[in-house]
Each structure stands twice: as C-alpha cells, then as structure tokens.
Write a protein that binds this ligand. Sequence first.
Ligand code: PMP
Length: 417
Amino acid sequence: GVGLADVPVLPLDEAFALTAEFKADGCAQKVSLGAGVYRDEQGDPWVLPSVKKVRQQISLHQTPNLDHEYLPIQGSEPFLKLARDLILGESLSPKGNLTSIQTISGTGANHVGAQFLARHLHPKHVFISDPTWSNHHLIWTIAAPNVTRKTYPYYNAADRSLDFEGWVATLEREAVENDVVVLHACAHNPTGLDPTHAQWKFLAELFRRKKLFAFFDSAYQGFATGDLDLDAWAVRHFQEVLFGLEECPDHEEGPSGLCIAQSFAKNFGLYGERVGAFHLSLPPSTPTSGAYSQLLQLTRAEISNPPLFGARIVTTVLSNLELRSQWEQDLLEMASRVRNVRGLLRKEIEHRLGSGSWSHLESQTGMFSYTGLSEAQVLRLKNMHHVYLMRNGRASLSGVNESNVKYIAEAVSEVVS
Ligand code: PMP
C-alpha cells in the first residue's frame, strides 16, 4: 500500500524485553540472569572504584574549565592509541600497520566494520558462530545486506563442548578467499567456551592459508580470566602470525587484513556511555590511508563524531599508573566474584539433585553460562520461580550471589526434576 500503514510489527529484542519483564515483576525473590551486565554481591550495578576516582577528578569542582567540544570524526587520538595498545599489547601494537576509529561501543564497531568490509573487501560470505550474540546476525543483515551470512558450528550439545572439528570442517569446505569470519576474542557469548591456544594456532594457520579475514569481537577483555593479556592472546597471536612475523614476508600473500571491534562497556562498567573502537590491521605493504578515509566518511554519515565522556574516563584510567592498577584490581574483583558464584551454584544444584554433573557451570568462562536448560524449563523458571534467563538457556551469572544462590539452585532443581 501507500504510506506506512503496512509496516510489519517486529518482535521485541529478547534481551531487552526480558529486562522490562523483570522490572515489572513484583515478586521480592525475583532474580535476573538475563542481561549481560555485571552486578555486585548485593545485586546492584557496580561503578568501578577506578572509574569513580576519575569522575571525582573531572567534577565541576576540580576542573571548572573542562569543555564539551566535539571530538574529531575519528575520535580521541590518545584514547585510540591506548585502546590499541591494550588489545594488541605495547610491544606488538606499534609494529602493526593499523588504522583506528572511535565507535559507539562494541556494537558501533561491529556495525562500521561490517559496512566497511561489505563495501571495500566484497567478501562472498560472512561466517558467524552458531550460537552467537544475536546482534551479530542483525548487524550483518542491516549493515552488509549484499554479504551472504553463514554459520559455523561451535557447540556440541551432547557433551557441552566446543565443536572445533565441525568449525574447521565448515571453513575448509565453504569459505573462500576474503570471506569474513567473526571470532569472539574471549569469553564466547553465549556458550562461555573458548578455543585453547593450540586451537587458535591451528585456526591462524588456516586463515593464512585460505586468506580469510578474521573479525575479532572483543567485548570482554579482562573479564574472562581477570588477566588482560591472557584474554587478548588470540587477537595478538593472529596479528603476530599474519602480519607481524619476519618469516612471513610481504610477497608471501596472506589474508587482506584482520580487524577488531573493541568494547569498553563490560570491562569498565561503562555500558551506557558507549565507548569503543574499531581497529583495522593490514599487511605491511598495504596503505591504510584509503581505508581510514572511508571509515571517516562512514562515521561522518552516521554519527559525525563519537561521544566524549566515556572516552575521557578510559583515557584517564589507562594513562595513569595508579588508576590503571586500581582498574586491574577492579577487573579481577568482577572476574573472581563471577568465578566464585559459578562454583557455589554448581555445588548447590548438584547437592539438591544428587546425580548428574553441573561442572560446566564452573568450566565455562566469562559472564555467561550456557546452562543446557530447555526452553520449556526456562519458561517454567520465569513463570513459577521468577528467575529470568534467555530462552536458549544462557544465564548471566553476575545475577547470582551468596544470598540468592540457594533460591536459584532450588528453582533449577525443581524445573529439571
Ligand atoms: N559483542 C558481544 C559478543 C557482546 O556480548 C556484546 C555485549 N553484549 C557486544 C559485542 C557489544 O556491546 P556494547 O555495544 O555494549 O559494547
């Protein structure tokens, strides 16, 4: 028809719809294991102590002349350098042939990356893990409609393991030169399963041989293990093997590049400030100037310039030794608390059920657990027990604490019995 009368109504985004339902639930014992946000032992949002200190420093009282001018289109240069060094490491980062822009958190980085690659790399396919953060599919559908989306198997439901063989076989069989493969840098969402170092090494060789473009989504650096370097290991290994080693001379052609979508939402607790970066790493002989100018244009058309406040906080923390070490402690505190409640919840569930292993609660890494609960069980948890998690059985473990762990274990035991 004419006009907008026939615009189809889409279903609500599951994660945000679940949060709204949770908020509307009047039950005092309700538990949210839905949204991927950190909660402290009291179940409250946590402003990191390092971030609090910076907020005091940049208060009106301390810095009355602080202005609110536009950032350049590419964002804050000091922020971008610190962000790049954080993910690639201070020794590897300066050696790379890199170009970076500031983005609207990790989502914006995924989006601008998809747009840029669709227009300039022209991949035939983009490969996305099955399962994945559902926004990967949406972003590639909207930002890169001419690129065919494919999935690679990631998860063996039978033994709750990583389906590495299926993953490799799919890329060997179906991927062609310049295809993009979206990789979770660490703390895979939603399964909490990451490849081992040996498996990453194997993948890097496969990417080199088949000339595949690695698109690293790094939303949890420091959150998986509490160690920033360990959580960046895969990204750094790819960078080193593909574009950093002397044994891989320019004339021995490898992939066209790799890229990193970097989010500071989780590791700084700056969810709503939308701080992120997109880094493009090219072979040593490829000029970055064309790509950079295109990234600037895409950014200009979309947001003109990225937001200032969150980038100011991250820059201040990362460039000050004392604040940085406080931040590393903050990260460790978040990662350790989640690791601790994983163990508690496992113990409480196994104790109640008396049989069957819930060891996957402990062996998975990051904020999430892929519980293995069925959709019907998830529904029953919500309707009968006011415990909220995603339909696919993904639970955000930051919602667990010492005061509600027994209640959750009781509820889970009831629905699986
Ligand atoms: N990638 C993955 C895998 C994520 O889990 C998230 C956060 N849910 C993001 C990217 C980006 O989030 P944000 O836009 O808040 O940085």
